[in-house]
Ligand binder design. Structure first.
Ligand code: NAD
Length: 419
């Protein structure tokens, strides 16, 4: 294992659910392979960092590996909030290291912007930001400095998505006309930190998870979304905060097609899968209909255990998803991450490493590489995926106006307005 200062350092900002279950295992794995160096993790306070450091699965998967926590649980009280500490950590890193952003959605703009100003490359969990103007500002900041921004939409790295993209773009799936997608997260999420930030004023279930299938339709077809109508049901979280816990969105596309997107936070904890999700896309071919249908929840695996695991949502009878993110025993003494969640994070970090390896200190060369990454369209970047921010803006505008259709205008100054 190499974790020396000659390899790019990684600082993760945010030590919550997505860091523990997806980002950190892949980052540890890449450190173990010698691709990256020191790992730091910043959180709002020390409590989640202590939990991550003591996590039994991570310890057995990556024996001997650790991260530097900020704040240090050994030095500060668990609940003492230090919201600006990440700035010191990011500013102290060597230039053109890697900052991984995994804070709540409404903080992405601040953290990504600060890290770019400190000349750091970015991997951020989706969504990049919540407004188009902010996305364009970050895109420019990054390009001026020759820095990469990869937005982690992991459904893109599910092989079924990449297969569909290739066949669609080869003309074998006709032209998308009408689709249905749904992604309903488990009920127990209501008891987690979501209740503190995924509230009506900040977000809603469409903004939080609907973006995955909207992004996927673009990834497969290349089409741009042209309007959004969004209806939401407000419910109270256990702490009394209110959130749009159910949403139904209709997204229309530049060729007149539509995708209806149902999202929620209420898949039964007693249910056998981790959530309920899938997409169907009906397309017109020259002489017959064409079809793409993905069951993204049930992947053909059934286990029935001696007893349910202690974690929330675990059941005796289970339909585990082998494709998203798994830690497997491949006989090397630890556990190896596999799945599209792993591939996605690894691909983005490798993309950043390639920009550094091939571009080095040559700004023009790094910019040339960034343009190629934007054009390839595999990694979602600030430059090639800001339709997602327009969809979020349109969705929020529609939601605030009783579900009226909000139209996306492209051209010189892309913006949204009610029809
Ligand atoms: N399917 C997906 O792609 C997916 C899934 C889950 C989460 N996410 C995204 O990941 C992000 C985080 O989600 P989560 O579920 O891990 O949330 P979480 O609430 O579990 O964790 C948020 C973390 O951010 C930290 N934080 C908050 N303010 C901070 C600050 N000023 N400085 C440093 N750290 C700070 C908190 O301490 C906490 O550790 C969100 O943007 C979410 O949309 C994406």
């Amino acid at each position: 294992m190499a974790s020396d200062s000659s390899r790019p350092a990684v600082a993760v900002v945010g030590g919550g659910m997505i860091t523990g279950m997806q980002l950190l295992p892949t980052i540890y794995h890449m450190q173990r392979q010698g691709a990256i160096g020191e790992i730091a993790i910043c959180a709002l306070n020390a409590a989640p960092l202590k939990a991550l450091a003591e996590d039994k699965t991570l310890r057995s998967a990556f024996p001997g590996q650790s991260f530097t926590p900020h704040p240090d649980p050994a030095k500060v009280a668990p609940e003492e909030n230090l919201p600006d500490l990440y700035r010191e950590v990011v500013a102290a890193m060597p230039k053109r290291s890697i900052v991984v952003v995994a804070v709540p959605d409404q903080l992405h703009y601040e953290v990504v912007g600060f890290a770019l100003q400190q000349d750091q490359h970015i991997l951020t969990v989706k969504p990049l930001v919540l407004s188009y103007t902010q996305a364009v500002e970050l895109e420019k900041l990054a390009y001026d400095r020759g820095l990469a921004i990869g937005v982690e939409y992991h459904k893109r790295f599910d092989y079924r998505s990449v297969m569909a993209r290739r066949q669609y773009r080869a003309g074998r799936l006709g032209s998308f006309r009408a689709g249905q997608a749904h992604l309903v997260e488990p009920y127990y999420y209501r008891h987690s930190n979501f209740q503190n930030w995924c509230t009506c004023e900040n977000s809603d279930m469409f903004t939080y998870v609907g973006c995955h299938y909207v992004d996927l339709v673009h990834f497969i077809t290349g089409l741009l979304p042209s309007s959004v109508s969004l209806y939401g049901v407000v419910e109270k979280y256990p702490n009394g905060n209110e959130g749009y816990l159910w949403t139904d969105g209709r997204v229309t596309w530049e060729n007149g097609a539509f995708l209806s997107v149902l999202n929620g936070m209420g898949y039964p904890d007693a249910g056998p899968g981790g959530n309920s999700q899938g997409i169907t896309m009906f397309c017109d071919g020259p002489a017959d209909g064409c079809l793409i249908r993905h069951s993204d929840q049930y992947r053909g695996v059934v286990h029935s255990y001696t007893e349910a695991a202690p974690e929330a949502g675990e059941t005796v009878y289970a339909e585990p998803n082998p494709d998203y993110f798994r830690l497997l025993d491949l006989g090397d003494g630890g556990l190896t991450p596999v799945g599209y969640g792993h591939r996605s994070v690894e691909f983005i970090i490798n993309t950043i490493l390639r920009v550094e390896a091939e571009g080095g200190d040559d700004l023009a060369k790094r910019r040339g590489l960034l343009k190629k990454i934007d054009q390839a369209g595999i990694v979602a970047t600030a430059a090639n995926s800001s339709y997602n921010e327009l969809v979020i803006e349109a969705g929020r505008m529609s939601l605030a106006n009783g579900g009226k259709e909000a139209v996306i205008e492209y051209g010189d100054k892309p913006h949204v307005h009610l029809r």
